[in-house]
Design a protein around this ligand. Structure first.
Ligand code: NAD
Length: 295
């Protein structure tokens, strides 16, 4: 049995820690929010009074936090006190530069580390069907894989330090832009008198096909699992899509990459968020696009 310290028991971390405990690991968790600790305790996770207390005797540490700043703060606190060879895994979505800095903190303490952001959302976290995109050495990845396999279905080694985060933001840049394009096409179809069903039947078997269309269609009634069928209840919150698009823009600026569509997508999601829609599903942006078209 591996003893795992799990820091950050929120929407994602709570069910992920529960799945590790369910798989037989000795999981000791901590979150700054006491009610989240209480919820996790009901799922077989032992609760510590602090992150440092959770670390005691841990073979591996998993962090699932909101920002690069939070991850660096926790890793700065924990890495100097971890046991020999303890494996550090960060599953948060954060900027590539902070992810690389976190790897350095682990390496300075002689510890293996992996950045392993996820896709699949809260439903995937609950069902242990997440996809993990991993960055780090071959040896660190090999050590992390059996742990990640208890929380997900697909575990991909993308390359060295920070490249898991790079894969995540590149994927979500494609997703954000594709969702907006799909929504625009449906709104244009409405104006032209073309039915949702007819556009779906054509595009889903033609070159317009995408995950945004066939798995997560932004209009209701065409794809059973779409949040559109439930008034755009998230799903994947628009605020998190905005976060990821901003991370992609930051990375593009740092790397000197031109991403004009990514920039436009970030602006549109910022506008949607400013309209108070950050907590709705990101596919709900079709409502804003439709509203603008009527102006
Ligand atoms: P969340 O806000 O629900 O959870 C983050 C938790 O970290 C909070 O409960 C917070 O109290 C805790 N925390 C912050 N600093 C801490 C500290 N120093 N010590 C202990 N706990 C601390 O967020 P979430 O929705 O679970 O998302 C977590 C990460 O996963 C984010 O980086 C997000 O971008 C990413 N992500 C989320 C989703 C999703 O659908 N929610 C999908 C994919 C990726």
């Amino acid at each position: 049995m591996t003893r795992i310290a799990f820091i950050g028991l929120g929407h994602m971390g709570g069910p992920m820690a529960a799945n590790l405990a369910k798989a037989g690991h000795d999981v000791c968790g901590f979150d700054l929010v006491p009610s989240l600790c209480d919820n996790a305790a009901k799922t077989g996770v032992t609760i510590a009074a602090s992150a440092k207390e959770a670390l005691a005797g841990a073979d591996a540490v998993v962090t699932m936090l909101l920002s690069g700043r939070q991850v660096l703060s926790v890793w700065t606190e924990l890495t100097p006190h971890a046991g020999k060879g303890a494996l550090f895994i960060d599953c948060s979505t954060i900027d590539v530069a902070s992810a690389r800095r976190a790897h350095e903190l682990a390496s300075n303490a002689g510890l293996p580390s992996v950045d392993a952001p996820v896709s699949g959302g809260v439903a995937g976290a609950r069902a242990a069907t997440l996809t993990f995109m991993c960055g780090g050495s071959e040896a660190a990845f090999a050590a992390a894989e059996p742990i990640l396999a208890k929380m997900g279905k697909k575990i991909i080694h993308c390359g060295g330090a920070g490249l898991g985060q790079a894969a995540k933001i590149c994927n979500n840049l494609m997703l954000g832009a594709a969702m907006i394009a799909t929504a625009e096409a449906f709104v244009l179809a409405e104006k032209l008198g073309l039915s949702h069903q007819a556009l779906f039947d054509v595009a889903s078997t033609s070159s317009g096909q995408s995950w945004s269309l066939t798995s997560y269609c932004p209009v209701p009634g065409l794809v059973p699992a779409s949040p559109a069928n439930h008034d755009y209840q998230a799903g994947f919150m628009a605020a998190l899509m905005l976060k990821d698009l901003r991370l992609a823009q930051e990375a593009a600026a740092g790397a000197g990459a031109a991403t004009p569509l990514g920039a436009a997508a970030a602006q549109l999601y910022a506008l949607y968020d400013a309209q108070g829609q950050g907590a709705t599903d990101f596919s709900g942006i079709i409502n804003m696009i439709r509203g603008k078209g009527e102006g």
